[in-house]
Design a protein around this ligand. Structure first.
Ligand code: SF4
Ligand code: SF4
Ligand code: SF4
Length: 295
């Protein structure tokens, strides 16, 4: 009997999710033992075949070409696997939705925005789920290699796939004393004070020490690797339930643990709460339709 087929596709992303897959090293041999790789940036094939058992998609939908390719993936795929925060949540590039497209392209490309060489950008960045149904999702920027491999193996073998549902605090080694802050200094320094702190207690919760850690609003699964290195979580795995807004959850959680009105002193609340999730948030995107035709 022939093996199932597998394709991996990169849309508007940095290909870091593909690198996460490559990081499986010898583990890739297990995947290639289970499935034939028929299309991928790894093997340089140009077109997505008409039928593929499993298609892994990385990256957000940022251009008309991304959208065409995504639709081709969905039409071809028996199982569509969205990998990485760009694909699942819109990702960090989705912060461009806060600015009109004309402004974004001007800053990025200056006077060359009418060049036919530039891809035709959509007015906003979208997660793949804005356009097509997805069978398995694994967020993260970049996602954990083990989670990527587990998702692909589940898709190839037809096994059920589930992500952890708890919050990052549950796997963070740090001692949670109160998770209660009562000083304005906490929010006025926030994450921007990270390099300014003279001392960070290696064992205590970073949020309790006055650093803006997104752990309470973020899905576990990465092993809390940032907080293990004294770096607050930035929320790259997204909320523990995809129907939760990470920004909304952040406001909710912080409003519960901070003094009344203190949130006003947190610099860039939107960029903090929606760093990876702006395209799937309810936050209204700024659409500049006039300038969207930049080709
Ligand atoms: S999720 Fe992160 S690593 Fe993956 S493509 Fe997007 S920016 Fe790159
Ligand atoms: S450091 Fe962050 S992830 Fe760890 S317990 Fe505190 S808030 Fe949660
Ligand atoms: S600790 Fe937070 S920011 Fe760091 S990898 Fe994990 S989810 Fe992402």
């Amino acid at each position: 009997m022939s093996k199932p087929t597998l394709a991996t596709v990169s849309l508007g992303g940095c290909e870091g999710c593909h690198v996460a897959l490559l990081d499986a090293h010898e583990g890739l041999l297990d995947i290639l033992g289970m499935a034939d790789l028929v299309h991928s940036p790894f093997n340089g094939t140009e077109t997505i075949p008409d039928r593929v058992d499993v298609v892994m998609v990385e990256g957000a939908v940022t251009t008309e070409e991304d959208l065409r390719r995504l639709r081709a993936c969905r039409a071809a795929a028996g199982t569509l696997v969205a990998i990485g925060s760009c694909a699942v949540l819109g990702g960090i590039g989705g912060l461009r939705n806060l600015s009109p497209l004309s402004q974004v392209t001007h800053v990025a490309f200056g006077d060359t925005t009418k060049s036919p060489l530039l891809p035709r950008l959509l007015p906003n960045v979208h997660a793949v789920t804005d356009y097509v149904a997805v069978d398995i999702s694994v967020a993260g920027c970049a996602p954990e290699t083990e989670l990527v491999v587990a998702a692909l193996v589940a898709a190839i073998t037809g096994q059920p796939h589930e992500l952890p549902r708890r919050n990052l605090c549950d796997e963070c080694h740090r001692t949670k004393n109160t998770l209660l802050m009562h000083s304005r200094e906490f929010v006025s320094d926030a994450v921007y004070a990270l390099m300014e702190l003279d001392h960070i207690d290696e064992d205590s919760c970073l949020l309790e020490q006055g650093l803006m850690c997104m752990g309470p609003m973020t899905r576990e699964g990465c092993g809390a690797k940032c907080t293990a290195m004294n770096v607050p979580c930035r929320g790259c795995s997204g909320p523990s339930r995809l129907d939760f807004e990470s920004g909304g959850k952040a406001v909710d959680a912080l409003a519960a643990i901070l003094p009344a009105g203190a949130l006003m002193y947190l610099e860039d609340l939107i960029g903090t709460g929606y760093r990876f999730t702006m395209p799937v948030s309810v936050f209204p995107a700024i659409v500049d339709t006039e300038e969207s035709d930049n080709g």
